[in-house]
Design a protein around this ligand. Structure first.
Ligand SMILES: C[S@@+](CC[C@H](N)C(=O)[O-])C[C@H]1O[C@@H](n2cnc3c(N)ncnc32)[C@H](O)[C@@H]1O
Length: 232
């Protein structure tokens, strides 16, 4: 996963106006990077949910090394978000980074997120989206292989709005290009060490995926977007 963009949470969290004691839901939290960051820096309680047991195990392992006060503000749950039910108006902020792309039934998901958010609460999502150009066969094959269910920024925005949120959507395609290129540039010099720890074949496979992604971004087949919603 070295080539997955890091998309550091700092920049995004600044926009959220997080306050100590607030409750945040992190949908598709992975190994908990954003959850640890938010709970440490802003004193919020974060409930991270992820369908992958490996990711949740990693998050829980990391959690054991924290000081008690921060540890108590974090909770990790292994579950398909579509099977979860947290009750109406449970969270001040619902946050999700590059995870909804794996969920086909986005209508059902955003209807649930709307219910779980408190009135005046904030939804913050970043995600991969289809760009305006037609999808090539290799890109379609990659999406199918990676269980990605992508829609355009416009269609994504429609789903979120239909769930009831007021919404600001931003296409971050240029940012995506820059981050992916930086990640690839940083990865190439690790070839020898990487090939020793894993294999040369894996190294080449990862470089191919990253190079293809850049091609799809530059030919406007693939983009990245942020969606900031409010429950009025
Ligand atoms: C690309 S990773 C992003 C992880 C994390 N948000 C980050 O930014 O590092 C996508 C995550 O979504 C999780 N995921 C996919 N489908 C899910 C579902 N239906 N319910 C919960 N998590 C899901 C995956 O297991 C994976 O950890």
């Amino acid at each position: 996963m070295l080539l997955e963009p890091m998309f550091p949470p700092q920049e995004f969290c600044r926009q959220l106006g997080l306050r100590p004691g607030q409750r945040v839901l992190d949908v598709g939290c992975g190994s908990g990077g954003s959850a640890f960051f938010m709970s440490r820096l802003y004193g919020v309680h974060v409930h991270g949910v992820d369908i992958s047991s490996n990711m949740i195990d990693l998050a829980v392992q990391r959690q054991t090394h924290l000081r008690r006060a921060q540890r108590k503000r974090l909770q990790f749950e292994m579950r398909d978000i579509l099977d979860a039910d947290y009750g109406d108006c449970s969270f001040d902020v619902i946050y999700s980074r590059n995870s909804v792309l794996h969920i086909t039934n986005k209508e059902e998901l955003f209807a649930k997120l709307y219910r779980w958010l408190k009135p005046s609460g904030t939804l913050f999502v970043t995600d991969y989206c289809l760009g305006p150009a037609p999808t090539s066969r290799p890109f379609a094959d990659y999406m199918a292989k990676s269980s990605m269910s992508l829609v355009t920024v416009r269609d994504y925005g429609r789903v979120v709005t239909r769930a009831g949120f007021s919404l600001i959507a931003r296409d971050l395609g240029n940012e995506f290009d820059r981050i992916q290129q930086n990640e690839l540039d940083a990865f190439i010099p690790t070839q020898e060490a990487f090939a020793q720890e894993y294999s040369q074949e894996e190294f080449e496979g990862m470089v191919t995926v990253a190079t293809n992604k850049l091609t799809w971004i530059r030919t406007r087949q693939l983009t990245w977007a942020s969606f900031v919603g409010r429950k009025l």
